[in-house]
Ligand binder design. Structure first.
Ligand code: RP5
Ligand code: MG
Ligand code: MG
Length: 260
C-alpha cells in the first residue's frame, strides 16, 4: 500500500510562498477520515492561459476524465480516479496538503516519459546511466519530460533525451539504433514534489542499453532545463529527484535478470 513522501510536508513554492498543510503518514490515504484536513489551494499564475495547460475551470461537460480526451491522455495508470464535489480529479495515492493544480498544467494525471540510457563503463563491469541535474530543484534525475498533447510516448522519450542530454540535437542518425531495443521498467504514479490533491505526475520508464558503444560518437551535453550531465553508476546510492531512485532499483533488478 504505497504512500507518497516527496509531495507531503514541504514548502510547495518559494515565490509566492506556499506551504503544504502537514499530512502525517497514517492520514495520507483518503480512506482515513480527517475532518481537520484543510489543504492550501494553489494554482501557479504561470500555468494560467498556457497552451499546454488546462483552463482553470475546466468545461465539465466537455472534459473527459479517465478517458483519452481529444489529444490529451487523462487516463491514469493507477486506477479509475474519483472526482470531488467540484468535479476535480482526486489524487489516487492520497492527501498532499495542496489542492488545485499547483505548478502542473493538467488536472488529474500529467503524463511524462523517462528514458534510462545505460552502458557498461570502461572497467567492463559497472552499469551506469545518463543523469542530468535539474534546474528547478538542483537534484540529479533521469532526463525525462512531459508527453505533449497528441505525442506518442516513444517520441517523447527521444525528444526529451535530445533536449536535455544532447543539447537539443534531435535524432542524429548515429544513435537511431539505440531507440529500437527499449525495455519497459515501469508505468505508473511518480512521487513528484509538484503533485497536489488534484494533479499528479505519471510516467513510463524505458531502459535503452547501449551495448555496442553507439554513444561514444555522441557529444552528451546538458540542454534545456538541465544544467549539468554525467554518467552515474547504478550502485552509487546517489539521491535522485522524485521517485527516480526506485526506477534505478527496477533497472538493476531487470538488468541482472537479463544479463547474468
Ligand atoms: C518526473 O518529472 C518524471 O519522472 C519526469 O522525469 C519529469 C517530467 O517533468 P519535467 O522534467 O518536464 O519537469 O515526475
Ligand atoms: Mg524537458
Ligand atoms: Mg525534464
Amino acid at each position: 500500500n504505497f504512500v507518497h513522501n516527496k509531495c507531503r510536508n514541504a514548502i510547495y513554492s518559494k515565490s509566492p510562498l506556499v506551504n503544504r498543510f502537514p499530512v502525517p503518514n497514517e492520514l495520507t490515504k483518503w480512506s482515513r477520515e480527517w475532518l481537520e484536513y484543510s489543504p492550501n489551494e494553489f494554482t501557479d499564475p504561470n500555468v494560467l492561459g498556457k497552451v499546454w495547460a488546462d483552463p482553470e475551470i475546466p468545461d465539465l461537460k466537455k472534459t473527459a476524465w479517465n478517458r483519452i480526451d481529444g489529444k490529451v491522455n487523462r487516463v491514469s495508470f493507477v486506477c479509475e480516479y474519483a472526482v470531488d464535489s467540484s468535479l476535480r480529479p482526486i489524487n489516487p495515492i492520497g492527501r498532499t496538503g495542496i489542492s488545485g493544480r499547483g505548478i502542473l498544467g493538467r488536472w488529474g494525471p500529467n503524463h511524462a516519459a523517462d528514458p534510462i540510457v545505460t552502458r557498461i563503463a570502461e572497467d567492463g563491469t559497472t552499469l551506469e546511466f545518463v543523469a542530468i541535474q535539474r534546474r528547478d530543484t538542483g537534484e540529479w534525475a533521469i532526463p525525462g519530460g512531459m508527453v505533449d498533447a497528441g505525442e506518442q510516448v516513444s517520441q517523447t522519450l527521444r525528444r526529451e533525451f535530445a533536449e536535455e542530454a544532447m543539447s537539443g540535437v534531435v535524432d542524429i542518425g548515429a544513435i537511431d539504433e539505440l531507440w529500437n531495443n527499449g525495455k519497459e521498467l515501469y508505468r505508473g504514479y511518480v512521487d513528484d514534489p509538484r503533485n497536489t490533491d488534484n494533479a499528479w505526475m505519471e510516467t513510463v520508464v524505458i531502459n535503452f542499453h547501449d551495448s555496442t558503444g553507439l554513444l561514444k560518437n555522441v557529444n552528451l551535453q546538458a540542454g534545456d532545463d538541465a544544467k549539468a550531465l554525467r554518467w552515474i553508476p547504478v550502485d552509487s546510492g546517489e539521491p535522485l529527484y522524485a521517485s527516480h531512485e526506485h526506477f534505478i532499483q527496477l533497472l538493476k533488478e531487470n538488468f541482472n535478470l537479463n544479463n547474468l
